[in-house]
Design a protein around this ligand. Structure first.
Ligand code: CDP
Length: 219
């Protein structure tokens, strides 16, 4: 599958930042699939849906309209919710939403359609394994839990918000565990995805490394 870059990895590995910059460089569309699971979670919170009621979550996923604007920001029924989907309440429930097969079926179909009609850099947890296994370029981005928590902590602090490092670390670890151990489309490295450990690399260095690999694969 040409013109498609698929990136997976755990929380805080830098996927979204890297995917966004890579898309800019290649002049591709960036599709943050995590934002889609977050948007369904936000809609469920707004409708006061109990996260144990899977049928309700599936019905909701089918009903709402999720799209991206030109900047790659996410729209829920036309409303830009790119800030709101990052709030703690969404973090808390998103892995529960993402574990529901019927919800995944709706979003994966949408993701596959988007990749068919556009040149895309898509990031998430199951892009290289389930959504776009035929992508020409596949990466698995990772770093230690400590490092990922540190990055997320700095990100929150840079927005002048209060942050507790230990709480952030716990929350990332909890989500990693749920994402890796779930029955449907768990987070795992595809055999043919290139592993990029970002621990001692700057964003620019990770980007340069990935571009070098992509260019090498094209020739
Ligand atoms: O940015 P961060 O690493 O915090 O997470 P995200 O990429 O926004 O994804 C949020 C959650 O959505 C993950 O913890 C997964 O539970 C779920 N997700 C998924 O199941 N499959 C994807 N392709 C993307 C996200």
């Amino acid at each position: 599958m040409e013109n498609v870059v698929a990136i997976d990895g755990p929380g805080g590995a830098g996927k979204s930042t890297i995917a966004r910059l890579l898309a800019q460089k290649l002049n591709y569309l960036h599709l943050d699939t995590g934002a889609m699971y977050r948007a369904v979670t936000l809609a469920a919170l707004r409708e006061d849906i109990d996260f144990n009621q899977q049928e309700k979550l599936i019905e909701l996923a089918r009903k709402i309209d999720i799209s991206f604007d030109q900047k790659g920001e996410i729209l829920l029924d036309g409303e830009n919710v790119s800030e709101e989907i990052r709030k703690a309440e969404v973090n808390k429930h998103v892995s529960q939403t993402a574990a529901v097969k019927g919800v995944r079926d709706v979003l994966v179909k949408k993701q596959q359609q988007l990749a068919q009609n556009n040149k895309v850099v898509m990031d998430g947890r199951d892009i290289t394994t389930v959504v776009l296994p035929e992508a020409d370029h596949k990466f698995f981005l990772t770093a230690s839990l400590e490092e990922r928590a540190r990055r997320r902590y700095q990100e929150v602090r840079s927005k002048n918000k209060d942050a507790d490092f230990e709480k952030i670390k716990e929350s990332i670890a909890r989500r990693d565990k749920m994402d890796s151990e779930r029955e449907h489309s768990p987070l795992k490295k595809a055999e043919d995805a290139v592993l990029v450990d970002t621990i001692n690399l700057s964003i620019d260095e990770v980007l340069a490394k990935m571009i070098e690999i992509i260019e090498g694969e094209v020739q």
